[in-house]
Design a protein around this ligand. Structure first.
Ligand SMILES: [Zn+2]
Length: 187
């Protein structure tokens, strides 16, 4: 039923540029890591181990999600840290407005840093399209420090740039499905 699945879900060339040039398979590596040490087991034991490990993983993550919902955290732990770090970085960017109607800027990074290899890099921002030439906002689904600097400059809310799957509700929903105990397996 490949025809029923949209192209962008399985073809890098149709994903709107989000993963352009990225050819890794990190998700399968992550899953392999969860099952570390289990590959040499007989199939039934492998099944059971996979089941119990996944259940433990879901229990921990579900609780983390519930706690974050209860404390009104807006985003997943990963993105929360990244956005806060980008907000701090944005404070040191130099920003120049070119067109207030279209929201065009250039943003220069690492002002005054002489040793860094990224010294003085300049990026173009189009705030109307939420676009930055660094490409990170499109690839990662949350705002780069350059766009955050422009948003701050124009008092524009950056939240529409954070993809819905990074919300705490999505995080909780991902881990919400329950596993049910297996009983009497050896009888
Ligand atoms: Zn950028």
């Amino acid at each position: 039923m490949v025809g029923a699945i949209p192209f962008e879900k399985w073809e890098l060339s149709h994903d709107g540029g989000r993963r352009y040039g990225i050819m890794t398979t990190n998700m399968s590596e992550v899953f392999n890591n969860v099952l570390k040490g289990a590959h040499s087991l007989p199939i039934t034991a492998l099944d059971q181990l996979t089941f119990f490990r996944l259940n433990s993983y879901f229990v921990v993550k579900r609780e983390q999600g519930a706690n974050r919902l209860a404390s009104n955290e807006e985003y997943t732990p990963y993105v929360d840290v990244k956005i806060k770090a980008n907000v701090v970085k944005a404070e040191s960017h130099e920003i120049v407005l070119y067109d207030q109607i279209r929201g065009q800027f250039h943003v220069k990074t690492n002002k005054g840093t002489k040793s860094s290899s990224t010294r003085g890099r300049t990026y173009r921002i189009n705030l109307q399209e939420y676009a930055c030439t660094c490409g990170k906002t499109l690839i990662y689904g949350f705002p780069c420090s350059h766009i955050l600097a422009a948003c701050h400059f124009r008092t524009v809310d950056f939240r529409p740039l954070v993809q819905h799957y990074y919300s705490t509700q999505s995080y909780y929903n991902s881990w919400a499905p329950l596993f049910h105990p297996i009983f009497n397996v050896y009888e």
